[in-house]
Design a binder for this molecule. Structure first.
Ligand code: ATP
Ligand code: MG
Length: 223
């Protein structure tokens, strides 16, 4: 039943990757519907590749006229509904956010991404006021460096994490070949060929920690 949208008006912040990784991880144990609400259809293209987990179904959204029905239909039968949004603020994004239990805001540790994340959080707040219902949101730091972080990265991370009113997931989605390769290989990180892709085990561990933190957060926001 919980609906999770991935939003950040900044293009390329890591929304689609974060949505796909979470969807595949949740689909290990539950039915998941992943709605592709980006007109460029990155998730739909991925689902045409081999390896899609059996419990994950992908819906290509018809756009702002149908997104509310698509979410309602998916939420009526699937334990998890995820919505991947395009990288611009739009009515479609607001509709999806208005139906969400949780909005994840992927952001790289860069000034523009962080700024856009703050704007997205403000948008979630407005959508929440419009529907008179609490909509929880959390920033997910993406493409973070596993080795040494730059000064800027450390600064941005500290600033976001230091904000009392902003929830930032403890788990970061690190910059890894394994995550980037999903769009050409198909499947999730658990299906990757360890002989062909570096660091699959670390990516699997990262994906598992990320999914587990999201599930904990969902439990918190629903009580
Ligand atoms: N954790 C990661 N590790 C490695 N590469 C990543 C990671 N996250 C994203 N990328 C790469 O960064 C690029 C942008 O990521 P993605 O498509 O997920 O962003 P997006 O926010 O969905 O973009 P858009 O706004 O265009 O929809 C892609 O090439 C993707 O493979
Ligand atoms: Mg995307």
């Amino acid at each position: 039943m919980p609906v999770i949208s991935f939003a950040n008006a900044k293009g390329g912040s890591g929304k689609t990757t974060a949505a796909l990784v979470l969807a595949c991880e949740l689909a290990e144990a539950a039915d998941v519907v992943l709605i592709d609400a980006d007109p460029r259809r990155p998730i739909s293209a991925w689902s045409d590749l081999p390896g899609r987990p059996a419990r994950l179904s992908v819906v290509s959204s018809g756009g702002e006229r149908s997104i509310l029905d698509e979410i309602e239909r998916a939420a009526s039968h699937a334990p998890f509904v995820l919505v991947d949004l395009e990288g611009t603020a739009s009515r479609l994004a607001s509709y999806a956010i208005s139906q969400s239990d949780l909005v994840l805001v992927p952001a790289q540790e860069q000034h523009q991404d962080a700024q856009a994340a703050l704007e997205t959080l403000a948008e979630v707040k407005r959508d929440s006021q419009a529907v008179r219902r609490a909509i929880h949101a959390a920033v997910l730091l993406t493409r973070t460096k596993v080795a040494v972080k730059s000064r800027t990265a450390r600064h941005i991370s500290r600033q976001l994490r230091g904000h009392a009113s902003i929830k930032v997931l403890e788990t970061e989605l690190a910059e890894r070949d394994a995550f980037a390769s999903l769009f050409s290989s198909g499947g999730g990180v658990r299906q990757l060929d360890t002989a062909e892709v570096n660091g699959v085990d670390k990516a699997v561990d990262n994906a598992a920690r990320y999914a587990s933190e999201v599930i904990t957060l969902l439990r918190e926001v629903r009580t």
